[in-house]
Structures are given as C-alpha cells and as structure tokens.
Design a protein around this ligand. Structure first.
Ligand SMILES: [Zn+2]
Length: 478
C-alpha cells in the first residue's frame, strides 16, 4: 500500500511539474484566479483544501464557453432569472438558462435543429468571435469570423498564437477573457470591464498635452541631409501618437507589405511581458526588398553592408522571422542609428510596469526598394512620456559607401578611406562615448569606456543629444 502511495505521489509530482512549468501556465493560473475573484469564472469544482479546481488543461465545451461569455457580458444573472428551458436536447441542466438565453438573444446558434453541440469543444475562432462581440465588434462587418484571431491580435487580446490553432483549452479561454476585460470597447473610451461590468480595473489613459497638442507630420523632404550623424531628432523629440493608439494591452501591429514587397510600418504597445526569453533564430531566409548580400571587408567593421534590420527589435518584442518587420538596413543604421534607441527602450521596459507605444516606419522615396531611413517614435504610456519620449529619423547610410536606393546596388566611394578616416578623427576628438548596448554614456577617458566593444561605441561631442538618449555613467559623471 505504501509503495503504491509513493508511486502515486511521484506520478502526481511529475504530472503537476509538467503542467505548470511554462510561463503560459502561470499566466493562465493567474488569469483564472483573477476571473474567479471577480466572479466571472467558476471552475469545475473545489479541491479538498478549499481552493477552486480550474481544469485548465482540458478543452472548453461550447456550453462552458457560452456561460463564460455571458458572464463577461454581465448577463448570467438575467439568464438565470428569466430562462428556464431550451429546445436543445444535449444541454446539461446547469447550462440550460445560459444556452437558452444566448440563443434567444441571437448570440449563438445550435449545431442542428435540436442540438447545441453542448459537449463539443469550442474552437479558437468561435471563442474569439464571442469575445469580439462582447467588445462591440460585429461579425461580418468589423471582421470575418474565420479571421477573428487577426482582429484579436490587433487588439492585444491574443498574440498571434491562434492563427492556426486546432485546440482551445480552458487555459486559453481564461487568458484571452482576462485580457479582453482590459481592451477598449469598439468606438468607446471605456474598457470591457468598465463598460459592461462597472469595474474600474485600469487607471484611465490619456495623451500628455505636448503630444496631444502637436500637429507635426513627418515628411521626408523636411529631414535634413545626412551630414555624418547617424540620426536626427525631429519635432524636438515629440512623437505624434493619437488617443486611438492608447491601450492597456500589449500589442504588435505589422502593416501589410506594399505592391513592391516593401514593409510599411509597425506599431506596438510594448511591455516587459512581450520581451523574449528565447534566443534569436537565424533569419537568413528572409529577403527584404532591395536585399543584396555584399561585403566591404576594409570599410565596414562587420564586413557586410546590409543587415536584416528589425523595425521592432527582437529584444523588444521577440519577433523572429516576420517578413513584415524586416528591412534592408545598413550596418551603420542598425548599429549607430537604431540600436541606442532600442537599448534605451529595452532598459526602460525592464525596470518599469509601463507600456511603451512604439512606431517604426521605414521611409521609402518613390519606387525605391531600399529605405532612406527609419522614422522612430516612442512614448511611455502610463507615465505620460516621462520615461520615454522619442521622435527621430535614423539614416540608412554607410560611411564611404554609395547606395542606389532604387535597387540596393552599392559601391565604395573613391574617397571611402578618407571619409572613414575623417569619422575616425571625430572619434579621436570626441569628448563622450555612449555604449549602445548598455544605454550609458561616458567621458572617453573613463575606465568603464575602455572595456566597451568597438561595435557598441557611439562617439559625440554633443552632451545635450546624449543626455536625451543615454544615461550618464555613475563613475565618470559626464
Ligand atoms: Zn564612465
């Protein structure tokens, strides 16, 4: 008997470790606890220690799904008090008021004349369609039911995991439902939890005045000509976001490729919870518009002229081989232009609970296949831009190399060595050096600066610019 017991115990330990070892499982458990606490999710029973049993790893039946959806709509009580029967024969007694009510209200249909498919598992598309309906989006009008997942991705209720999902578990249902509570209802300034349940789960969001009041519109012709600095600050660093961009939920929206196969723009609401825990895969198979594999061994520290350059950096949102997020960018733009800003945003996210709105737009001139640069805008959301406020243009150039932006062809300039030498002169005259990896800047003589990798160095004499972008070192106090 004792032997059997310990075998059972071991089996239980192994099983429970297997079930709850992923972050996603922790997230589901936490979401289930929150919904349970709000009375929006009832679980499947009570354990001997009095805690609720959620059965998160099993599928969600259609009768369970409709009950959850009615609770998110704040209608379960009304259903219980007004509906006592249904013509569907396969519905369990406990679910009769909910299924009957949902059918009467046109929220759901059956699977046959007298069957609801009550014990069938709900599909991702079905459940996400229900959630969108809760949020005021109309099936057929605002989205197509078989594309419900791309609409919920757009809102941040899902994160790309249900595009081709076969199975939708109770864990999936609680995570998506809990996120939906924090989403804004269609055309409304209220979230689902505020509007339908009267719960204030989130502090209100608004744009800081300096962002709301500015009328800046980016135009390539207004960008100063490149003169050796890898980026330029636009509109005194104030971005142009609108109220519609604000969200309590993390999301990533990547624009469709245009007719020339070019990336359009990416808008993300970044948060620590989107930052990757896995490492980067190889992305060599992606060929962005204008791509050439070309090297200049004597002229570029990293040899290759072009990088597959992320619009939203891997370090920020963990996007691997998303072709709508990768452009042909010079080594110089990637490392000297964008990297410092990405590092600064990543450092901020790591030490904050705030979201950061982040828009990255490749700027093409006419029919060019290679972008002239990337327009980057960012704003920390909950603190009204106190932590992060950015509006910059990073030039897609490489010192000493001439690029044909129409095609991506390139050649070394006749005076390439001279140009690079004059940049070296800037370097040796520079008072400050920033580390684009750590986001700190130093006096060039600082001991901490000496150890810095050549690839992460950004030299400058402009302290005003540096203090906007980087943190001063605590040793040398630049
Ligand atoms: Zn220092």
């Amino acid at each position: 008997m004792k032997k059997l017991l310990s075998a059972l115990l071991i089996a239980w330990l192994v099983l429970s470790a297997g079930i709850f070892c992923h972050a996603a499982e922790d997230e589901a458990r936490a979401a289930a606890d929150r919904l349970y606490g709000l009375g929006l999710f009832s679980g499947t029973g009570i354990a001997s220690d009095g805690s609720p049993v959620y059965s998160l790893d099993r599928g969600l039946t259609r009768q369970e799904a409709i009950t959850m959806v009615l609770s998110l709509m704040g209608k379960t009580r009304e259903a219980r008090e007004t509906v006592f029967q249904t013509h569907f024969l396969d519905v369990d007694a406990w679910a009769v008021p909910y299924v009957g009510y949902a059918f009467r209200q046109g929220i759901t249909a059956g699977t046959g004349p007298d069957s609801f498919g009550a014990h069938k598992e709900v599909t991702a598309a079905e459940y996400l369609t229900f959630l969108l309906r809760c949020l005021g989006y109309e099936n057929g009008n605002d989205f197509r039911w078989d594309e419900a997942a791309s609409k919920t991705d757009w809102l941040g209720v899902t994160r790309g995991e249900y595009e081709n999902a076969q199975r939708f578990t109770r864990a999936d249902a609680v995570v998506c439902s809990e996120r939906a509570l924090h989403a804004f209802c269609r055309g409304s300034e209220q979230t689902l939890s505020e509007k339908v349940l009267g719960l204030a789960l989130d502090a209100p969001l608004s744009l800081p005045a300096r962002v709301a009041d500015n009328t800046y519109a980016f135009r390539l012709e207004d960008v100063p000509t490149y003169e050796g600095t890898p980026f330029v600050v636009l509109n005194a660093g104030i971005p142009s976001f609108t109220e519609d961009d604000l969200s309590h939920l993390s999301f990533e929206r990547y624009g469709e490729m245009d007719g020339l196969g070019r990336c359009t723009a990416a808008l993300a609401c970044l948060h620590r919870d989107l930052m990757p825990s896995d490492s980067r895969h190889s992305i060599w198979q992606i060929r962005p518009s204008g791509w050439h594999t070309v090297r200049y061994d004597d002229l570029i520290a990293d040899r290759y002229l072009y990088n597959r350059c992320h619009l939203v950096a891997f370090s920020l949102a963990g996007e691997q081989d998303n072709e709508r997020n990768l452009i042909t960018g010079t080594y110089g733009m990637n490392h000297d232009g964008m990297r410092g800003f990405e590092t600064r945003v990543a450092n901020f996210l790591q030490h904050s609970d705030c979201h950061v709105l982040y828009r990255s737009t490749p700027v093409f001139d006419g029919q060019d296949l290679v972008a002239r640069g990337v327009h980057l805008e960012a704003m920390s959301v909950e603190d009204g831009g106190e932590g992060i406020l950015l509006n910059v243009f990073c030039y897609n150039v490489q010192p000493g190399i001439e690029i044909d932006y129409r095609t991506g062809d390139s050649r070394a300039m006749e005076n390439a060595a001279q140009i690079i030498e004059s940049r070296q002169a800037v370097v040796s005259d520079a008072v400050y050096v920033a580390n684009t990896k750590t986001g700190k800047f130093h006096y060039t003589w600082c001991s901490a600066a000496a150890a810095m990798s050549e690839l992460n160095r950004y030299y400058s004499n402009d302290r005003d610019e540096l203090i906007e972008l980087f943190e001063p070192c605590r040793i040398c106090n630049p």
